[in-house]
Design a protein around this ligand. Structure first.
Ligand code: UD1
Length: 438
């Protein structure tokens, strides 16, 4: 198992290029189930979650391979399979996104019911409600969601839930509705850029979708979809992680291949907390620290609000701000696994219901910490980059799920970070110390 060894104190400087968005790519891959023709997804990041989705597609009869330009090319070899097994689904919740396209195309789907995760109970009631509303029969049997639809007339559905709209449910209903016999209206649709990106891909395949980017999507079913080529949107969560890192380390970083319009809430918060942000052309931002870190309250919300997937990274800024900040989770009230690890570095954070009250401290000091989930791991790496001394972040396989070679990107910006085997502790610490002297 790998870990990161991070020596704090370096100011990050230079340019970094974001990958395409994992959360866009995974449903796009699932959408390739909707056609018999090959598809080509450009610039797909090499992530373990992408590998997992490739395995699921293979089980479902779609082969995929990377070409020389880094595009993922898919090809249908067998349209008979209808089942996504527990062994695969349990490893990646996003596997549930094959439910909609399987139902739409093959009219029967059997997908293992996904479990909860470290940040709490994660229901799929809205996915099932939406698929029922467009005419499918949906049951939970033997740990599987079973959906069948000899005919799929389409229908009207409201997908708002207790925590706002659901990205995954919107995507699943969309992917089934594009091949329905009639028209579907989704109200309370998620407006996240990853949903819009999926709409763009589906339209390139021949789907008829209106209201893209709005909470009301209107889908007129078509008889068949063709293959398509598509470049997924840049990863706004990775970009936001670098925004936080630049402000945190008093650095100066130009973040390329990012969409500033997708990052408004994070950029706004970065400025409030002491950063300066300048747009550089259409697809880049320059970020640096302008004044001492100021406290700021953060409420996570659905898009265009502050994303839950950036909450942990920005909490690191709060831990070093001069004053008290409150973070309130409006999407996943229990998504605070990083608090106890940040405390190991000297942070003062108290959890109070769905909120974390963060009292800024003058400094963090390095320690061994344990990554618990993807974004919490990123936060621990950020904390390590600014903490005094050495921080070892264990279980970095979490981070490899969603960030492509993050340690190389930080190192290229001047961060002192190395990947090491968990049993190779001394060698790694010495290597970081040597790099520091050099
Ligand atoms: C996606 C992202 C994840 C991000 C999340 C919220 C992917 C692969 N993952 O997850 O990184 O943190 O959006 O932006 O794109 N809910 C229900 N019933 C449902 C479905 C969801 O109550 O049927 C609730 C969830 O528990 C949560 C909220 O709705 O509180 C939002 O979840 P949702 O948007 O569905 O998240 P995912 O699509 O699973």
């Amino acid at each position: 198992m790998d870990k990161f060894v991070v020596e704090g104190g370096a100011r990050l400087r230079g340019e970094v290029r974001c990958a395409t968005a994992k959360n866009a790519v995974l449903p796009l891959m699932a959408a390739t189930l909707l056609t018999e023709e090959p598809c080509r997804l450009l610039d797909v990041p090499r992530l373990s979650d992408v590998e997992m989705m490739r395995r699921i597609l293979r089980v479902l009869g779609v082969e995929s391979e990377f070409d020389a330009e880094g595009a993922l090319c898919t090809r249908l070899v067998d349209d008979a399979p209808r089942e996504a097994p527990w062994e695969l689904v349990r490893k990646m919740r996003a596997s549930i996104s094959v439910l909609g396209p399987l139902l739409g195309k093959r009219r029967t789907a059997r997908v293992s019911f996904p479990g909860g995760c470290v940040f709490g109970h994660r229901p799929i009631d809205l996915h099932m409600k939406g698929l029922r509303a467009i005419g499918a029969e949906v049951e939970v049997r033997g740990g599987f969601v079973e959906a069948t639809a000899p005919s799929l007339p389409g229908g009207e559905v409201f997908l708002g839930g207790p925590f706002g709209s659901s990205v995954g449910a919107t995507q699943n209903v969309l992917m089934a509705a594009v091949l329905a016999e009639g028209t579907t209206v989704i109200d309370g649709a998620a407006c996240e850029p990853e949903v819009t990106d999926l709409c763009r891909f589906l339209r390139a395949m021949g789907a008829e979708i209106g209201g893209m980017g709005s909470p009301r999507l209107v889908v007129r079913g078509v008889a068949r979809l063709s293959g398509a080529e598509h470049r997924p949107i840049p990863d706004r969560i990775e970009a936001g992680t670098f925004v936080a890192a630049a402000v945190l380390t008093d650095g100066e970083v130009t973040i390329r291949n990012c969409r500033p319009d997708h990052l408004r809430a994070a950029l706004d918060k970065a400025v409030e907390m002491g950063g300066e942000v300048r747009r550089v052309g259409e697809d880049a931002v320059f970020v640096r620290r302008q004044r001492p870190l100021a406290p700021a309250d953060i409420d996570t919300h659905v898009y265009p609000g502050f994303p839950t997937d950036m909450q942990a990274q920005f909490m690191v800024l709060q831990t070093l701000a001069h004053g008290v900040s409150v973070t309130t989770e409006k999407i996943y009230p229990d998504r605070f696994m990083h608090i106890s690890e940040l405390a190991r570095l000297g942070a003062h954070v108290r959890k109070e219901g769905p909120s974390a009250i963060v009292s800024g401290v003058p400094k963090l000091s390095g320690a061994p910490v344990m990554a618990s989930d993807l974004r919490a791991s990123a936060a621990l790496v950020l904390a390590g980059l600014v903490a005094e001394g050495t921080t070892q972040v264990h279980r970095v396989y979490h981070i490899d799920r969603g960030y492509e070679r993050i340690e190389e990107k930080f190192a290229a910006l001047g961060g002192r970070i190395l990947r090491a085997k968990d049993d190779d502790e001394n060698a790694a610490v010495e290597a970081v110390a040597a790099a520091q002297k050099a």
